[in-house]
Design a protein. Structure first.
Length: 567
């Protein structure tokens, strides 16, 4: 009704989880990155919690859309089942024939046989349970027992529990401590901040085709106040506010219209007044806004993971447990649509001869930019651009990361957060997913305040960082230059010349005396922890890729290309 009036292609604030409208706040982006990492390890539990309407469904859908194709996925939508019914549902979801009237023991034996066969065929199995806060104790115990199904090297079943905050309280019970100890990744989704609410509304309007601001800044502030930053409430209120502006023939949504919309959808005759904490409207809309299990029908698609994520990695980035890099640089680029035997196709002459630092253009939105430059957003061009920033040319003689090694460089492919990318401070190839599932690869060359400089072929463009972050799901590949003496991972108890080198560098940076031993002792581990803490890394006392890159950044005389522009 109001879409044509405001020049929109479609309604921007539908409460159904359309992935093209996905907005990733800092918390949502980090949650997705950590879930991606956690689920790509071997077995155990992943836990995602959040209040009603905070984006669990859409985030989980985004997670599942990023999975590889070698997964068999079982989704349990109605967890109010007995232990036997729960197991039978898993069989049904996996399309695995089960004997009639079988006991729990027979079902588990059959499931174990299925999982072993899947493992032998190179496939993985993931079980996703929605509304997991409603699971009975006997079903939770059965879930714990399912994680005992394993080979000598890995768990055979990865379980994702999605639920409201009550799930955390349930798993904190003493009688469920054995299950809680098997949770390898946890993340809790909170409400959006005032700044994030503004970005959220603006993002959805832009995706829907808005060519101008429709909500005034004060109206956006009012949206945050009355919604408490809950995405689903924001959608309902903004949708009603647009209808109200249309009905009254207003070209812009004002705070008054927002208050009227909030009052109307909450069933109150008068607008709500500010209250401490969560606005009253949230309480009055909870029952109205509970969305049924139909939201999950789109989740039944093939995909899988294998990984373990310690709790500390949810807030910081650990070298040992927070990386997906491969120690042998075996072309870890599948997420960027590359293969192990990739050879670069010939680049356009204009791209191949491009200068390393062309003039930076601005004033063009990301969507428009990618639509007009799709011919140079493939992996070949992006990798060539990244190598060019290091002064290295690429040819078709060998895979890119193999060529990198001949120049003393290493590829580091990861799924991580925006904060981690900034901490590593290296140009990187990012994989972006646009509406309709179209993927683009581009190089992020610099971050300047709230803007980023990206490289497309032989041109540089400056765009708002927020536009990029909304289409980036955490996959990146960067180059870094390891020190010749340093090992890729140095841990307490090992002995090497790399450990001696590490002592010397930390002594240079931190002062004091560390000696010249090649043994990684507790004193050195404490110094590494101190360095990691000062640089926003995961504090584990082990010197891995992240710590080594941070050391490169901190040492004088470093001339490597940096996102921050520092040298």
């Amino acid at each position: 009704m109001y879409t044509q009036y405001f020049g929109l292609r479609e309604k921007p604030f539908a409460i159904t989880p359309d992935p093209q409208f996905l907005y990733l706040s800092n918390r949502h982006g980090e949650a997705l990155a950590h879930l991606l990492y956690g689920v790509t390890e071997s077995g155990g539990f992943i836990q995602l919690t959040g209040e009603v309407g905070t984006g669990k469904t859409l985030l989980t859908r985004s997670l599942l859309e990023r999975l590889p194709d070698d997964i068999d996925l079982a989704v349990v939508l109605n967890p109010r089942l007995s232990a036997q019914e729960f197991l039978e549902t898993i069989f049904d979801e996996l399309n695995f024939e089960r004997p009639d009237n079988a006991s729990i023991k027979v079902l588990i034996d059959q499931l174990n046989q299925y999982l072993l066969q899947a493992h032998a065929a190179g496939r993985h199995t993931v079980l996703l349970v929605d509304e997991a806060q409603n699971l009975d104790s006997d079903v939770l115990e059965q879930l714990r027992l399912l994680t005992n199904l394993e080979t000598s090297k890995k768990k055979l079943l990865q379980i994702i529990l999605v639920g409201q905050p009550e799930l955390r309280q349930t798993l904190a019970r003493n009688d469920l401590r054995q299950l809680a100890q098997r949770i390898t990744g946890r993340y809790h989704l909170g409400n959006l901040s005032a700044k994030e609410t503004l970005a959220y509304v603006s993002h959805r309007l832009e995706v829907a085709g808005a060519q101008r601001p429709i909500f005034s800044k004060s109206a956006l502030a009012e949206v945050h106040r009355v919604s408490g930053g809950i995405p689903r409430l924001i959608n309902v209120i903004c949708d009603r506010a647009l209808l109200g502006a249309y009905s009254s023939e207003k070209s812009e949504v004002s705070p008054k219209i927002v208050r009227a919309a909030a009052a109307e959808v909450s069933g109150r005759e008068k607008p709500l007044r500010p209250v401490p904490g969560l606005p009253l409207i949230a309480a009055s809309l909870v029952a109205l806004l509970l969305v049924g299990a139909g939201f999950w029908t789109f989740l039944k698609r093939p995909a899988v993971f294998e990984s373990t994520l310690p709790d500390q990695a949810l807030t910081q980035h650990s070298d040992l447990t927070g990386t997906l890099s491969l120690a042998d640089d075996n072309e870890p680029l599948q997420g960027l649509r590359l293969t192990r035997n990739l050879r670069l196709s010939p680049l356009p002459i204009s791209v191949a001869n491009a200068a390393a630092s062309p003039a930076v253009q601005s004033g063009i939105g990301l969507t428009q930019l990618l639509n007009s430059a799709s011919s140079v957003t493939g992996t070949d061009t992006a990798m060539a651009s990244l190598f060019r920033l290091w002064g290295v040319g690429l040819d078709q003689s060998a895979p890119p990361c193999e060529q990198a090694r001949t120049h003393g460089l290493k590829c580091e492919f990861q799924v991580g957060s925006w904060n981690l990318l900034q901490q590593l401070d290296r140009p990187a190839v990012l994989s972006l997913v646009m509406p309709g599932g179209v993927t683009h690869q581009l190089v992020i060359a610099k971050i300047v305040q709230n803007n980023v400089e990206i490289v497309l072929g032989n041109q540089r463009f400056k765009i708002p960082a927020e536009q990029l972050r909304q289409r980036w799901f955490g996959e990146y590949l960067l180059l870094w230059k390891p020190e010749p003496l340093a090992d890729s991972l140095m841990v307490p108890g090992m002995r090497s010349e790399g450990v001696r080198w590490l002592r010397q560098q930390l002594q240079q940076l931190q002062g004091g005396t560390l000696g010249n031993s090649s043994f990684y002792d507790q004193t050195l581990a404490d110094r590494v922890r101190l360095f990691q803490s000062a640089n926003g890394l995961g504090v584990d006392g082990m010197a891995g890729v992240h710590t080594l890159i941070a050391l490169n950044n901190a040492l004088p005389g470093n001339t490597e290309p940096r996102l921050s522009g520092r040298r």
